[in-house]
Each structure stands twice: as C-alpha cells, then as structure tokens.
Design a protein around this ligand. Structure first.
Ligand SMILES: Cc1cc2nc3c(=O)[nH]c(=O)nc-3n(C[C@H](O)[C@H](O)[C@H](O)COP(=O)(O)OP(=O)(O)OC[C@H]3O[C@@H](n4cnc5c(N)ncnc54)[C@H](O)[C@@H]3O)c2cc1C
Length: 684
C-alpha cells in the first residue's frame, strides 16, 4: 500500500478536529498527515473574553498543536498558494524560502478574515478581538487605564480613562463587555482612589436587541442582566467613526472612551480571496460532502467554507461548534474515499448556543430549551472545559476558574512593549492626536492632511492654534527628546493620515541616523525661537487678523479637469508663478507651479501624440498643498512660513469651507509689521 499525503491548511477548530479524526481512522503507513498553521497553537476563541477579563491565564486559551495532534506533522509555516491542478502547495518555509509540497488530498480550513475598515477609524483606534495576543493586549490596557485613573487628579480625565466602549452586540461583544465589567468591579478594592461610578462599560449594537443568534426572550434577559450589572447598552445605533478619543454614533453623540474594542467586521480570509477556486459569498463553494466544487481531492471546511447542512438545508453558521463537526465528518469522508467507499453529505443537528454575559450569568438555547442565569453559566464553563482539545489545558482552565472563585481576579497588567512599533494611523478632522499633559509615547510624520498645534498662551485657559502642519512635516519630538509630558495639544485640522513611530524606535532611529537627529534639533530650535527672539513682531502679528494680510489671487484658479495644453497657455499669457487648482465645487485641491509644469512637460513628451491632449491638471499638480484659513492667526502663519522657508501660501475661507479666499506672502506680513512699528514709533 502506498502512503498517501494529506495536507491540512489551518490549525483552528476545523483543522484540528479533522486532523485528530483522520489520525484515528487512518494508520500511519496508510497516510502521512501534515498540518500547516501560522501559529503553533490552536486558539480557543470562546475563552478569549475570559483572558481579557483575567479569569484565566492566556496560555489556557491556546493549546499547542503538537500536544493536541500526536502522530501528525505540525508545521508552523504559512501556505501561500494551492495549485489545485498540479496537486501542490507553495509555502513559505521557516527560512523565508518558498517551497512546494505534493499532496493526494488537501483540506482548506483557514478560517475567516477581519475587516476593521468597515467603520472609519476602527482599524487605527479600536482594539481588535480575535487572537490570544488581542485578549492579552486588552487585559494589559485595562490594567494600564486603572493605574492612570488611580493617580489622575482631574475627575473628567479619570472618567475618560475608565470608559470602555465595545462595538458589536454579538457573542464576542457581549462576552467582552461582561468580562471587562466584571474585572473593573473586582479590581475596585485595590484602587481606593477610584469611585465606583467613575468606570463605564458601554456596549453599542446596531440592532434593536443584543445576540441576534438567540431567541427574543433570551435577548431581553441578556440586556436586562447586563444593565443590572452596570453595563450601559446602547441599541439601534451604528458607530459612525472611531477616534483616538472615543466613538461617534449615528445620532451625532460623541462618547469619550480611552479604550474602544471592535468585535465586528468579519471578512473573507485573504487566502480565500486570492485563490482561484469556486466561491460563494467570499467563501469556498462546496459539494454536499464538503469537497470543493469541481474537485475530487480538495475539501473546504470551517469558517472559510460555504457548507450546506443536510439536517435543515441551512448554510452552516461561522461557529466553532460547526467548524469542529465539519472537521470530523470531512475526515470520515476522506477515509471513505481512500477505501473506495461512498462519502456522506454534511449533516449535523445543532446543539444550541451558549453565551456568558458577565456577573456569573449566561444564556443558552439547547435542544429547544431556553436557559439563563447562574446554573447556565456553570453549564457554559463545564461545556467549554470538556471541549478544550487537550487534558493539560482542561486542568489548567479548571484551576484558573477555581482560583477566581476563591480569590480575587489577577490585576497584573503585563507590560506590552509598544515603544518599538511603527504603524499607520488615521485621525478624523477635529479629533485629537494627543492632548497637553498626555505621556509622550510616539513621534508622528504626516502623510496626508493637516494637523494644528494648540497651546494656552499668556496664562489663558483657552488653547489657541499656534501652528499648522501638513504632509512631510513631523511632530511630537519635543516631549520625546526632553522626556516630559506633552506641552501642547495636536488636533486633526482635516482628515489626517500619519505614520506613528514608537518612542523606543524613534530613539534608535535618531541615534543611528545623524541627518534625522540634526533635522529634529534644527526644527526644535526653529519652533522655539521666533516668539522668543522677536517679541515685538510676535506681539503685532498676534494682534493682526488674516483678512488684513490676504491678497486676492492674481489669476483665476485652474480646475482639476483643465487640460495640460490649456494650462501651459495660461501660464504663458498670465505670467503666473503658480495656480491654485480647484475641484468642481470650487474647493482647493492642489497647486500647480512652474516647476510642476517643467517636470510635466518631460512626462507628457514621452506619451504618444494622440494621448497628450488627455492629460489634465489634476494629474500634474502637487496635491494636498499646505494652506491656511482666514481664521488663523498671522503670527502662526508667519512662523509656519519661516520654519519651512515658504514664500506664499493659499488661504481658504475656513477648514470647512475650502474655497480659495486669496493668498498670503511672507513679505506682505513683514511689511505690515514694519508699518505698524513705524506707526507706533511716530505716535510715541
Ligand atoms: C472572540 C470570539 C469568540 C467566539 N466565541 C464562540 C463561541 O462561543 N462559540 C462558537 O461556537 N464559536 C465562537 N466563535 C467563532 C469560532 O471561533 C470560529 O467559528 C472558529 O474558530 C472557526 O474555526 P476555523 O477552524 O474555521 O478557523 P480558525 O479557528 O480561525 O482557524 C484558522 C486557522 O488557519 C490558519 N491559517 C490561516 N491562513 C493560513 C495559511 N495561509 N497558512 C497556514 N495556516 C493558515 C490560522 O493560523 C488558524 O490556525 C468565536 C470567535 C471569536 C473571534
């Protein structure tokens, strides 16, 4: 008998159940079973909320695949592609090389993906909740916020630190909100400076009831019970925007929260999207026995597959319960194929639903019975304990749970080092990147949009805009270099995209990159010196208004759709140095200078003659230029122009009304100061 090679892609509920059953049904000489997974453990997602809430230790929700799957070759390597015609996979080996492996049977069990871009700002400012690392990060965040609140004298900021917003009222949202709430209650006795009413857990759901998967009476019970435990449930509201400071709802409310957890946004797995195979609603399309449609030796199971349940003719839902059953039956079908026997369609009578809702309570719908309360919670724990894939994990979780019943929850917040990260972040117009007094943790480089720097001047409580920065500019360096809290606030003036560089990474980069260190020093010097060195000039500019300094545009703006040929003609006729470029609504979109035009001529000259006429100004301009508005202070504008050696800047009516009002030149600002100084000298 020749040994067959069976490959499993994915070490989750489906892949592990399939591997285990295959090994039981097929002896080693019959089949070599290889399981590829991106992690060397299986994540038990139903217990992640317990990790975040400190009921169990993180390792309890992660079972090593080698322990769970004796007799199976477990490889922690990523499968890059499957060649269904050649019966081969391509994978990224441990050393980074791409290698291929032949198979006789393949099982695709790669799970689903995540789409945090479903809500603007969620990817940048909300904590995702799918992996063990996510749960550990949330637990650490809760502990960090408790510590900050405990020593913060300002009651408003204390409340902000202690507000946790959870987006999504499905199973994971309900479980997370319940656990976070329980942990906050349990931690209270260790934080005597925090008053109980200062902490808030808000659960936001777009429908009129939580847990759409269970029956209406249990949904009602869930809401009532969670509210009785202190969770604030907001129904029928969509989160419109997540900011660095909380969430904005559909009805316009802005809820300030230092922690936002995103539990919505399931998407097709990128591996599934990439694969050239039959699909249905972003999942692999399967035959009744779970074979990939059109193939005899490729199977798809779990969350990545669209599988009809012959028991009730419904599509299998994306749950661990179904994924596990797919895995078991798929293994039986493969064993049948290898033995020349017929396969069976997938058929499974759902066992029901179980969900812990916090406060030692759970809801369940099992075999037609509706259960809720403490007994159901106990049953929830027993069921999941039994389902854990290895004996050692069962013991570990049972011990953690016993510990939690007898003693307080563990409030240790293992410090997660985020200082060495580099990531992209988005801030919606009007939201704060950081506020005065915040700890300095990051350095920012603007990719798109503008931010404004706010300071309280001359002892005024009211902060005013003292600088505006745009693409290519950086900020946040002063507090990092001087190792002190933020001395000013920075707010997004338009929607902004920034690269965020953690403190540790910034220190390393500036110690090895002398040009960066020098530029940072030079900018700090420039940013400081203007007001200190020129106090009279600063005073006069601070008392001047922008309309006094703005000149009308010398030439009408060009539109984005204006052709290249027409733009050249206009430059020639009007002898302009630059043009503002506007869209159809008259809003400023770019600047076209003589330099842009020269480089455009080179580009356009390389095009075939018949295509040159189609080139438009929108493709040639410098997009997203730096601008100032009629409401800005001329002092701030002068500083900005001096810092960047700018000769002129377009002026718009306001950040909300981006029509061009004119432009401002540095020499006009200086001439105005001189005139005012002369006037003062004459009158004294
Ligand atoms: C917070 C949370 C709570 C949940 N609670 C419950 C619950 O209480 N009850 C319930 O029934 N369900 C629950 N679920 C849903 C359940 O976890 C999923 O339905 C289940 O995990 C799906 O199993 P799967 O094997 O299809 O995918 P997964 O468990 O996601 O496993 C996919 C595996 O594929 C691997 N993989 C992906 N791509 C590749 C590649 N290219 N190469 C190699 N390996 C790859 C991954 O590393 C992973 O090991 C919950 C989900 C979440 C996020």
């Amino acid at each position: 008998m020749t040994q067959k090679t069976i490959l499993i892609v994915g070490g989750g509920f489906a892949g592990v159940a399939c591997g285990k059953t295959l090994r039981r049904l097929l002896a080693e000489p019959e089949a070599r079973i290889v399981l590829f997974s991106e992690e060397n453990y299986m994540t038990f997602q139903p217990l992640l909320a317990e990790v975040a809430g400190s009921s169990i230790l993180p390792e309890a929700a992660a079972t090593p695949l080698r322990v769970a799957l004796p007799g199976i070759e477990c490889r922690r390597e990523k499968v890059l592609a499957v060649d269904l015609m050649a019966n081969e996979i391509e994978y990224e080996a441990y050393d980074g090389a791409k290698r291929r492996l032949h198979y006789d049977q393949i099982i695709l069990a790669c799970g689903s993906g995540i789409n945090l871009s479903a809500v603007p700002g969620m990817a940048d400012h909300a904590m995702p909740f799918r992996t063990v690392a996510d749960a550990v990060a949330l637990r650490s965040q809760i502990s960090q916020k408790l510590e900050q609140a405990a020593v913060e004298p300002d009651p408003e900021r204390r409340k902000y630190f202690l507000t946790f917003a959870v987006i999504g009222g499905g199973f994971s949202g309900v479980e997370v909100a319940g656990e976070v709430n329980d942990l906050l209650h349990a931690a209270k006795k260790f934080y005597p400076t925090i008053r109980p009413e200062e902490s808030r857990v808000i659960l936001i759901h777009s429908r009129d009831q939580l847990l759409p998967e269970v029956s209406p009476s249990l949904r009602e019970f869930t809401r009532e019970k969670m509210e009785a435990n202190g969770v604030e449930v907001i129904l029928n509201q969509r989160v419109k925007l997540v900011t660095a400071e909380g969430v904005k709802l559909n009805d316009g409310r802005h809820l300030r929260a230092a922690t936002v957890v995103g539990t919505t946004g399931t998407a097709p797995h990128p591996f599934v999207e990439k694969m050239d195979a039959p699909k249905d609603r972003g999942k692999f399309k399967t035959q009744p026995d779970m074979r990939l449609e059109g193939y005899t030796n490729a199977w798809a199971i779990g969350d990545c597959a669209c599988i009809q349940n012959a028991f009730d003719n419904q599509t299998s839902p994306p749950t661990g319960q179904f994924a596990e059953r797919h895995g078991k039956q798929c293994a039986a079908n493969i064993a049948a194929v290898l033995r020349g026997q017929p396969t069976k369609p997938f058929s499974f009578r759902p066992l029901g639903m179980l969900c812990a809702i916090g406060g030692h309570s759970a809801v369940a719908e099992m075999f037609g019975f509706k259960l809720s309360g403490f007994f159901t919670w106990w049953m929830w724990r027993t069921v999941y304990l039994m389902k854990l894939p290895s004996f050692s994990r069962k013991v570990k979780v049972a011990m953690d749970w016993t510990w939690e019943l007898l003693f307080s929850r563990d409030i240790t917040g293992v410090k997660i080092d985020t200082t060495n990260r580099i990531q992209d972040a988005y801030f919606a117009s009007g939201s704060f990147v950081f506020r005065k007094g915040d700890p300095a943790t990051d350095f920012y480089v603007i990719e798109k949009g503008q931010v404004e720097v706010l300071r309280s001047l001359n002892g005024n409580a009211q902060e005013e805009v003292v600088a505006v920065m745009g693409p290519g500019d950086f900020f946040g360096e002063m507090a990092l270099v001087e190792d002190r809290p933020r001395g000013a606030s920075v707010r997004a003036r338009t929607d902004v995209e920034v690269t965020v560089i953690g403190k540790g990474m910034f220190a390393r980069m500036s110690s090895v990159l002398a040009p960066l260190a020098n530029q940072v020093k030079e900018i700090i010097r420039k940013r400081r010196s203007f007001r200190e060195r020129l106090p009279r000039t600063s005073e006069i500019l601070a008392q001047t208004t922008m309309p006094e300094c703005v000149e009308p545009l010398l030439c009408e703006p060009l539109t984005e759709r204006c052709t290249f040929a027409k733009a050249i003609g206009q430059f020639e006729r009007e002898r302009a140095d630059f043009y503002c470029v506007i869209n159809d609504a008259g809003q400023l979109k770019g600047i076209l200078t003589r330099t842009d035009l020269l480089s455009a001529i080179e580009r356009v000259a390389q095009l075939p003659e018949d295509q040159r006429g189609a080139v438009v100004v929108g493709e040639l301009m410098t997009p997203n230029p730096l601008w100032v508005s009629l409401q800005d202070s001329p002092l701030m504008v002068a500083e900005m122009m001096r810092e960047r050696s700018l000769k002129r800047l377009p002026v718009v009516y306001s950040p909300d009304d981006m029509r061009v009002a004119g432009f401002v030149r540095l020499e006009v600002l200086m001439a105005l100061v001189l005139r005012k100084l002369e006037g003062m000298a004459a009158s004294s």
